[in-house]
Design a protein around this ligand. Sequence first.
Ligand SMILES: Nc1nc2c(ncn2[C@@H]2O[C@H](COP(=O)(O)OP(=O)(O)OP(=O)(O)O)[C@@H](O)[C@H]2O)c(=O)[nH]1
Ligand SMILES: [Mg+2]
Length: 350
Amino acid sequence: MIQASLLGFPRSGRTTLFRALARGSEPAGDVLVVDLPDPRLDRLAELFRPRKVTPARATFTDPPVALGSLRGALPPELAEADLLVLVVRAFSDPAVPHPRGSVDPWRDLADARAELVLWDLAIVERRLDRIMETWGKVSTAEREKLSQERQALERAREVLDRGDLLGAVEFSRDEERTLRNFQLLTRKPWLIVFSIDEGLIPEVGAIEERIAGEYGPESGVAVAARLEAELNRLAPVEQAEFRAAYGLPEGGIERLLWRAFRRTGQILFYTYKGDELRAWPVPAGADGVTAAGTVHSDMARGFIRAEVVHFNDLVRVGSIAEARRQGLLRLEGRNYTVTDGDIITFLFHV
Ligand SMILES: Nc1nc2c(ncn2[C@@H]2O[C@H](COP(=O)(O)OP(=O)(O)OP(=O)(O)O)[C@@H](O)[C@H]2O)c(=O)[nH]1
Ligand SMILES: [Mg+2]
């Protein structure tokens, strides 16, 4: 399950987006659990006809902090998030005053990025100052340890001083271990969400392209969050009429959820066992034993091998039996690299 946290300037539309994300599921306080819509899982359900289908899930939180005034300790749901969903106001409702006096999403986006960089820089500098204060007063062994930490922090400072995000550069494993101890925000991947007026719906493609041009491929989406939130209160039949009336295409929230998921660097594999078909997220590059451990720690401990068929192959030939006959069912060991869309049966002993 990935954990995403909304972040944005005051009155940028965070809570409205949060309500738009709550499809059918009621938020519990400021946390929302959302199923990842998954056409591959739907297709597999047609093939296997399982009793139970469990999609991958994401949690979204709407923490009580806003950009422009981040200080002190971060709320845990933000500090621990795998992904920041950066909500940017692009709706121009004169009834909602903008803290900067005018609506300009590109300016706000640049400001948001700058604030995140400064936030991290302040943390890094504060810790470096502390280290330098104690430098002369500690034992040689202690200094050895501090020196590793210092190196990692100095590298981080260099990156941030250039105005770059920590997540955009490679750190060694040791450096990563050091940096994990701090509430750094630019190490996290982020998804940019422009909250737009209905008038901008025809521009969605162009806006997303421009975000991609400036901040990287698939780094952003534009959604008419208020309409999507209102839609959730309607019965399914009325939803179609509502979409037609406002020219609101389907798929905006789905695109947001998928991009959010992809931005965390995860892929999905599937299992079908004991009448349950299930999607599991793992980090891209995960090996067989890691995938097994996601399902159950016993499976990782007692891992023997994995029987794997890729979604595309299975769908092409129509059944596991046929996939086996055609040699498309592979036997893999613990070190095999999982591919997005693998359907895996783990063989293990306990
Ligand atoms: N016209 C229009 N108004 C919107 C839209 N999204 C949000 N609003 C309005 O803007 C105001 C702020 O929206 P919220 O979703 O509460 O924003 P927020 O970022 O959670 O605000 P705070 O938590 O109060 O900082 C509310 O009055 C919303 O009704 C939108 O897409 N279009
Ligand atoms: Mg709010």
